[in-house]
Design a protein around this ligand. Structure first.
Ligand code: ADP
Ligand code: ASP
Ligand code: MG
Length: 470
């Protein structure tokens, strides 16, 4: 069995959906069981978020105009895929759009948008796209049934906007989907969304369709999970930033997680976690070139590969600096810092501390930076421990990733020489003791220059010659 995920671009039009469906069909016709996990059509999630915020600002007219555009796009795609005007697919789409309009109307009246109602609104993207994929599969002779994440058994906690699967999801999913395979029906499960025990819709965070696919893969003991993409696979760096980026043939779970965590947008940062225990391989494959192997992700690193495999960047980060001689030798300060950040629900990307403990620097995402900074100030200002507070907002975090760095000498020297040669100054450096990555912060305006220089210094464009163009 293979779980196949299709992102927004590959669901973006009737042509794209037909092509995506054909990739499923060729495996199904070859005797493979496939579970299909589609994202919303490209741009739809962003549109739904805009609809939600304009409704909560009272601009119902704008929200309704956008809903009309969504109606037009989904209905015309359904018609292109062969749906008759009174077919069950069209009825279903119209029903969903009506429900969306009512929800948005309610938000407009209340002028209030909770993370719970935001999840409900964005869920319509995948709920509208899954029936289109099922229709395309039926059109190519494969029986298919679309289900929401909840219907497929994907139970989550109630951490709206960033939900995590509950352990019982892993039992419920095979119960819900097992029968379909016996009837030769291919399940099409909405990506990105789950359901609480009480049946309230949740989302797994932006890019969450990757995560849905791996949760289903683990629950069903799939042989492999395939993420079909509009790129050749996982590349040495973001190809939009560095056109010379090359496909990586192989990565370990740890490496791809590190890349995703440090900004490689190609994967949801938690996506490999469900696969790790069972050792289920993940493939990232090019929809435009299905015979190209793409990237294979497994538990073990491969011998004989370069120390540094990839460079990633997170643009919108910020550094919070707190310092004061009173902090020296007072472990309580550190615990209070982390308590404050936990209460504020702020994720820390990087930490560094001077050995005297007179200074601690934290890197957080910029949208959370002000909130974290104010909360820390409130906690310590006027007290005896901390004297200085600083917030630097225009910062980017760059990371190099590779298991081969472990125990290899000279990697840091090469890295920082390359950055220094460009005249870029470093604000902060961190290397985990796992030696899987080295990350550093610079001015955001220098990120492109830094990534290009580091990519070149480690010969990443040359190293991959054995791939497609080699
Ligand atoms: P999907 O809709 O399939 O989830 P995404 O847009 O989320 O696709 O991810 C694919 C995009 O990620 C690519 O188009 C590419 O621009 C970007 N990207 C960033 N870093 C990398 C990387 N290291 N390797 C591949 N793609 C990357
Ligand atoms: N549609 C969702 C998003 O845009 C989930 C995904 O595409 O993976 O974030
Ligand atoms: Mg994505």
């Amino acid at each position: 069995m293979i779980v196949m995920k299709f992102g927004g671009t590959l669901m973006g039009s009737s042509q794209a959906i037909k092509h995506s469906a054909s990739l499923v069909v060729s495996s199904v016709k070859g005797g493979e069981s496939v579970v299909v996990v589609p994202s919303a059509m490209s741009g739809v999630t962003d549109m739904l978020l805009k609809i939600a915020s304009s409704a909560s600002d009272g601009d119902i007219a704008f929200a309704n105009d956008e809903i009309a555009l969504l109606r037009q796009r989904h209905l015309s795609t359904a018609v292109d895929l062969g749906a008759a005007p009174n077919s069950s697919t069209v009825e279903k789409l119209l029903g969903l759009l009506e429900q969306l309009a009512q929800t948005v109307h309610g938000i407009g009246l209340l002028r209030e948008l909770s993370s719970r109602s935001k999840d409900l609104i964005v869920s319509f993207g995948e709920r509208l796209s899954a029936p289109l994929m099922a229709l395309a599969l039926e059109g190519q002779g494969v029986r298919a049934l679309d289900l929401t994440g909840g219907q497929a058994g994907l139970l989550t906690g109630d951490d709206f906007g960033n939900a995590r699967p509950l352990p019982e999801a892993y039992e419920r999913i095979p119960e819900r989907l097992g029968g379909l395979f016996q009837q030769n029906i291919t399940p099409v499960v909405t990506g990105f969304i789950g359901e609480t025990r009480k049946g309230v819709i949740t989302t797994l965070g932006r890019g969450g369709t990757d995560y849905t696919a791996t949760i289903l893969g683990a629950a069903l003991n799939a042989d492999e999970v395939w993420l079909w993409k509009d790129v050749d696979g996982v590349m040495t760096t973001d190809p939009r930033l560095v056109p010379e980026a090359r496909n990586l043939e192989h990565l370990s779970y740890a490496e791809i997680m590190e890349m995703a965590y440090f900004g490689a947008k190609v994967l949801h940062p938690l996506a490999v976690t469900p696969l790790q225990d069972k050792g289920i391989p993940l493939r990232v494959k090019s929809a435009a070139d299905p015979s190209f192997p793409g990237t294979l992700v497994t538990s073990e690193p491969r011998a004989g590969e370069g120390a540094v495999k990839a460079v990633t960047a997170i643009r919108n980060s910020a550094i919070i600096d707190i310092g004061g001689a009173g902090m020296v030798g007072v472990p309580e300060v550190v615990s209070r810092i982390f308590n404050v950040l936990a209460q504020e629900n702020v994720n820390v990307l990087m930490i560094s501390q001077s050995s005297s403990m007179a200074n601690i620097s934290l890197v957080v995402m910029r949208p959370e930076a002000k909130r974290a900074f104010e909360a820390l100030k409130n906690q310590f200002e006027g007290g005896e421990f901390v004297r200085t507070f600083e917030l630097w907002e225009d910062v980017a975090t760059v990371a190099v990733v590779g298991e081969g760095m472990r125990g290899e000498k000279g990697v840091a020297a090469k890295l920082f020489n390359a950055v220094a040669a460009e005249g870029i100054s470093l604000h902060m450096i961190s290397q985990g003791s796992s030696e899987l990555n080295i990350s550093f912060c610079i001015d955001e305006s220098e990120v492109e220059k830094a990534v290009k220089a580091v990519h070149k210094a480690f010969g990443l464009e040359r190293q991959m010659l054995a791939t497609k163009d080699g």
